[in-house]
Design a protein around this ligand. Structure first.
Ligand SMILES: *Cc1c(COP(=O)(O)O)cnc(C)c1O
Length: 708
């Protein structure tokens, strides 16, 4: 029996018996999506809670014994503790939430965005995976996650005076993060050897409790490995192609091995994007060697029981390894499978580019009969670009289906709104969250109150941004112009547009800067000013993205904008929450059809932050004429799109926002906020998404398997 020993993480000080349950609570990310859970830690020591950036393990470890003893005698704290502990244990022991239980699902992804105390994510793909685990936990689905520990994973964004993005590596301190070592029967850190790779690579295994779902992480940064191999999992999406291949072998094949060695049984394999697709080969091998199937039967069964989710709208954006690299890594492997080299390679060859090598997306599409894109529009695009790879659609089953992404509502809904729904609908709202009726309570909130909630969030955001700059100024003595460009002059009374996402060319972060004179007029209008807040990282290797960022940062420094353009450093999940709740308008203007889905606009809308977006990704499904704004042509034209954007801001958005009744409330604006909250939240909740995965894939696969 292999189990994890949580005590390794909390050595000093000792938790008094009365509050021993804090150990369990802090080692389960459940608290991250439960306001009372978060609040419990804050109550314990508000200063340290902030100082440790909301990491309960780091906080408990740095508290004194005396302080903990005092907490266990504090009536107010103990009342809250008992409530939270009871809620938590009830949640953990609640066995049957989702009635149509499918067979167990193993979910593989290269990154997970769960909370900033576990920085193993880069962006959208990770947050989707994180939300899927959280929702599966809430629904009681039998899921287990596999991913990577990136010891050097997190690159903090630091922007120089010249606006150039520099990275600062921020290693994870594994012993002060809410993660645990998995131990083997000798109480040693459980380690696997990745099968068939020569020279061998080892990976040790960590686990993160995501409510009732367990996420296992592979870590190659261990002494047993050569220095070169220790680096395999050090960084997310390395651009070193050899290292990238080894990373994907460890994730796919090593990850599958972890499940087998831990004795975790599962019947459905779900691959989120091509990075972990090698797991499919390991699955074939296991069906042959342990299940006694022939190669053909094993391949057929893998196809039948595996789900592949693609996220790219471009063939060029997929991982391709040349045949020499694949041969060097896999020559023993295909022999073990009883395959010829040609047969093995054929799974990953793109018929359009046969000599290019082994394509991970083509491989996923070939080896999984259950394929999905991540929005309706993306499904058309993906079906199109892969038409030469996809088989013919069957009557009830298209070759490429879609499950539009959704977001985990308890994670992304602001605290004040959560409180309102808890009291007006009751705590069982989570069971009903994908129905429109659940959200009709929004229409009962008075305009005045909703306005106050949104203005409060804006004040919190502005304070947060200023505080960060103040700390940076105090520490580094930055140039005051830089401090201004980072947001110290932001004004909570001004209509605020937010643009926060990866600084990549296709997302056109600087579209709104196209006609700078026109923008200046919009921003500096004396009676009805506008401010814009930008945030987002460029990929470290993306020079074009860094140049766009620099352009924005320099524009923010220009005195003519009076500090009403700001760039907030180091976009991550925490900054995102402040911006999503705090700005009035969430801008999204990718080149159509490059955004497969996008999820931040959903998070904004459910908080009443209005989405202003080109009709790409999820927005053609989400936009109903009342709940935000749409613009932009396909194919995209920068000049025309920017003009359409300015027109909307000048003619619709600014007047609507500043047209207030005699108590200062913009009635029509609030109508739009309500329309956004009531229409977007149920339809783009992670609950709806998981129900789609269940009905399109997990349940049919389970029924098929149980028939046999
Ligand atoms: C939701 C989220 C994303 C993904 O959103 P997009 O709309 O795809 O950009 C990226 N980063 C953070 C921090 C998020 O919360």
């Amino acid at each position: 029996m292999i189990n994890a020993d949580p005590s390794i993480n909390i050595a000093v000080p000792k938790l008094p018996q009365e509050i021993e349950g804090l150990k369990e609570i802090s080692l389960n990310l459940w608290w991250t999506w439960n306001a009372r859970g978060r609040n419990l830690f804050k109550l314990l020591n508000p200063y340290l809670w902030k100082e440790t950036r909301h990491n309960p393990i780091a906080m408990l470890k740095s508290m004194s014994q005396k302080e903990l003893n005092e907490a266990s005698k504090n009536e107010l704290f103990m009342r809250e503790y008992e409530y939270v502990y009871k809620t938590f244990t009830t949640y953990m022991n609640d066995k049957n939430v989702y009635a149509d239980e499918p067979l167990p699902i193993a979910y593989f992804c290269a990154e997970y965005g769960l909370h900033h105390s576990v920085p193993i994510y880069s962006g959208g793909l990770g947050f989707l995976a994180g939300d899927i685990l959280k929702e599966s936990s809430d629904m009681g689905l039998p899921m287990v996650g596999i991913g990577f520990m990136y010891p050097q994973g997190y690159v903090r964004q630091v922007i120089g005076t010249d606006g150039w993005q520099n990275g600062a590596q921020e290693p994870i301190e594994k012993d002060v993060a809410p993660i645990e070592r998995v131990l083997d029967k000798d109480e040693q850190h459980f380690t696997i050897k990745v099968p068939f790779i020569d020279p061998p690579i080892f990976a040790s295994v960590w686990k993160i409790n995501v409510g009732r779902v367990t996420l296992y992480l592979l870590d190659t940064d261990i002494e047993k490995n050569d220095p070169w191999d220790r680096q395999i999992s050090s960084r997310l999406y390395t651009s070193d192609i050899n290292q990238r291949l080894r990373q994907q072998i460890v994730l796919g094949i090593g990850g599958y091995r972890v499940l087998e060695e831990l004795g975790i049984e599962y019947s459905i394999l779900h691959l989120n994007e091509g990075h972990p697709a090698f797991a499919l080969f390991e699955r074939v091998r296991s069906f042959m060697q342990d299940g006694g199937l022939s190669l053909d039967d094993a391949v057929a069964k893998v196809k039948q029981t595996s789900v592949f989710t693609t996220h790219t709208p471009l063939q060029a954006a997929t991982d391709v390894y040349n045949f020499e690299m694949i041969t060097a890594a896999f020559k023993d492997y295909w022999e073990a499978l009883g395959m010829s080299k040609e047969e093995f390679m054929s799974f990953g060859i793109n018929p359009d580019k046969q000599s290019e090598g082994f394509n991970m997306t083509v491989f996923g599409l070939n080896m999984c009969d259950n394929r999905n894109a991540v929005s309706k529009k993306h499904c058309e695009v993906a079906t199109n670009i892969w038409s030469h790879v996809l088989p013919a659609s069957q009557e009830n089953k298209p070759a490429m289906d879609y499950v539009t992404n959704g977001v985990h509502v308890p994670t992304w809904l602001g605290d004040e709104l959560s409180d309102i729904i808890d009291t007006s609908v009751g705590e069982s709202w989570k069971l009903l969250q994908d129905s429109e009726a659940c959200w009709s309570f929004v229409n009962e909130i008075s305009n005045k109150k909703l306005w106050k909630i949104s203005q409060n969030a804006k004040v919190l955001m502005v304070n947060y941004i200023r505080d960060r700059v103040r700390v940076k100024y105090a520490k580094e003595g930055i140039d005051p112009v830089v401090a201004m460009a980072e947001g110290v002059l932001l004004d909570p009374d001004v209509l605020t547009i937010g643009f926060a996402r990866r600084m990549a060319e296709y997302k056109r972060p600087d579209l709104i800067l196209t006609d700078i004179e026109r923008l200046e007029k919009i921003i500096t209008n004396r009676d009805r000013p506008v401010q814009i807040i930008f945030a987002g990282k460029a990929h470290p290797a993306d020079i074009a993205g860094k140049k766009i960022l620099q352009h924005i940062f320099k524009t923010a420094q220009e005195s003519r904008f009076g500090g009403r353009i700001a760039f907030v450093e180091d976009y991550g999940e925490n900054v995102a929450k402040y911006l999503l709740h705090g700005v009035d308008v969430w801008l999204n203007n990718p080149q159509i059809p490059m955004e497969a889905c996008g999820t931040s606009g959903m998070k904004a809308s459910l908080n009443g932050t209005l989405h202003l977006s080109s009709l790409d990704g999820w927005w053609p499904e989400g936009y109903n004429g009342e709940n935000g704004w749409a613009f932009g042509d396909e194919p995209s034209n920068t000049k025309e799109d920017s003009e359409a954007l300015y027109d909307l801001i000048e003619k619709e958005i600014v007047p609507l926002y500043y047209d207030t009744d005699n108590s200062g409330v913009p009635t029509q604006w609030i109508e739009k906020m309500k329309a956004a909250m009531t229409s977007v939240t149920p339809a783009f909740s992670a609950r709806r998404m998981m129900k789609d995965y269940l009905s399109k894939f997990y349940i049919p696969i389970s029924m098929d398997l149980q028939k046999k």
